[in-house]
Design a protein around this ligand. Structure first.
Ligand code: NDP
Ligand code: MG
Length: 378
């Protein structure tokens, strides 16, 4: 019986993880659940899974029947919950840099970290990987591309190149001009995956793939130039690994996050996930194309940030989080997201990042400069 905490339990990843766990009630015990402000949904999960600890960033009155559980509130609710519960596993599925402290706390008190929260690696990658190595805590990828690569690397051989596939997002076939004016509704209509709002916008700008190049760099220790990206609109091949002999290994499956989630939950064992098997006869032709960095500059910006170093990745991520939030509130155009990220990245002077406090300071600075630009655009 593995004890597990789900941070960001009410989100797209959190709810799918609970769906997988419910299929294996005898193997897992949910000891902690957290969310940001969606209290009613969290209450329903607490009622059903009966964890000993729960957390909400935004405090809410706790119903009488849920007082069996110890509650934590506020910005550091995730860390408090983890330190109290000390579960074997923590699934980190908070969105954004807000999840970085939880990942650091999970490395401190848990046996394994199941990582969906890619922004934690983008902003604190070196610190997170160092801490994981120092404590001997494995980080198991939940992101589908990284899970695919992790699965392809189980043979233990060193890869020569990693190839991340990308759906191309909702605007893949749009002209440069049309992309600039895409609406929130256009962008949230993702062709293959159902996910939270922030990552769906990141898919449309292709920033998501840029964040994933950085994530792959840290998880697998590969240099930026050995990580390629291919647009694959069908989302059937979830990523590939190339070896020195020219062989490619790929992982294929339906676009259902319960597959990578269950792989991380059960690792090294495979378990039933609830996903349908892939039918190769009906999934249609599989196509691949080069990403277009003219129409989707964010992928290039993320590569530049990775080459420049941690300060640049933090600034880029902070500007992107601020710009995506403003776009989702209809305060700026879609085209403005990439412009803001580029301007913040270009105007951030190099700085040494040696602790988590440095990360937050750099993030805060980039975010407030991005918000000034956003304010001028309104
Ligand atoms: P969602 O927006 O659907 O969910 C985010 C979750 O995090 C919600 O439960 C939200 O609570 C909670 N949350 C937000 N801030 C905090 C905080 N400070 N403390 C505690 N909980 C918080 O996001 P996704 O599930 O789509 O994505 C989560 C992460 O996983 C992201 O980093 C994303 O990039 C990554 N990912 C997601 C994939 C997907 O298919 N969705 C695929 C690959 C990676 P509330 O509901 O109360 O707001
Ligand atoms: Mg992904």
């Amino acid at each position: 019986m593995r004890e597990i905490a789900i941070l960001g339990a009410t989100g797209s990843i959190g709810t799918q993880a609970l769906d997988v766990i419910a299929r294996h009630a005898g193997d897992f015990r949910v000891t902690a659940l957290t969310a940001h402000s969606n209290a009613n949904e969290l209450f329903a999960f607490v009622r059903r899974f009966r964890p000993r600890f729960a957390g909400l960033v935004r405090e809410a009155p706790i119903p009488e029947d849920l007082r069996f559980c110890e509650w934590f509130f506020g910005e550091d609710a995730n860390e408090h919950v983890l330190r109290a519960a000390k579960p074997h596993d923590a699934l980190c599925a908070v969105v954004g840099i807000a999840g970085l402290p939880a990942v650091m706390a999970a490395l401190e008190v848990c046996g394994r970290v199941l990582l969906a929260n890619k922004e934690a690696l983008v902003t604190g990658g070196a610190l997170v990987m160092e801490e994981a190595a120092r404590r001997g805590v494995p980080i198991l990828p939940v992101d589908s591309e990284h899970s695919a690569i992790f699965q392809c690397l189980q043979g233990g051989q060193e890869p020569r190149r990693l190839i991340l596939t990308a759906s191309g997002g909702a605007l893949r076939t749009w002209s440069r001009e049309a992309i600039q004016r895409a609406t929130v509704q256009d962008v949230l209509r993702h062709p293959t995956w159902r996910m939270g709002g922030k990552i769906t916008v990141d898919c449309a700008t292709m920033m998501n793939k840029g964040l994933e190049v950085i994530e792959a760099h840290y998880l697998f220790g590969m240099p930026e130039e050995a990580i390629s990206v291919l647009v694959h609109p069908q989302s059937v091949v979830h990523s590939l690994v190339e070896f020195v002999d020219g062989s490619l290994l790929a992982q294929l499956g339906v676009a259902d996050m319960r597959v990578p989630i269950s792989y991380a939950l059960g690792y090294p064992r495979r378990m039933e996930s609830g996903a349908a098997p892939l039918d190769l006869l009906s999934c249609g032709p599989l196509t691949f194309e080069a990403p277009d960095e003219e129409r989707f500059p964010c992928l290039r910006l993320a590569r530049e940030a990775l080459r420049a170093g941690p300060y640049a990745m933090i600034a880029m991520n902070g500007a992107n989080e601020a710009a995506v939030a403003a776009f989702l509130e209809n305060r700026i155009s879609f085209g403005a997201i990439a412009n803001i990220v580029e301007q913040i990245l270009d105007s951030t002077p190099p700085e040494r990042i040696s602790c988590v406090e440095d990360v937050y300071r750099m993030d805060k600075g980039a975010r407030s400069r991005a918000n000034v630009k956003i304010g001028r655009m309104e």
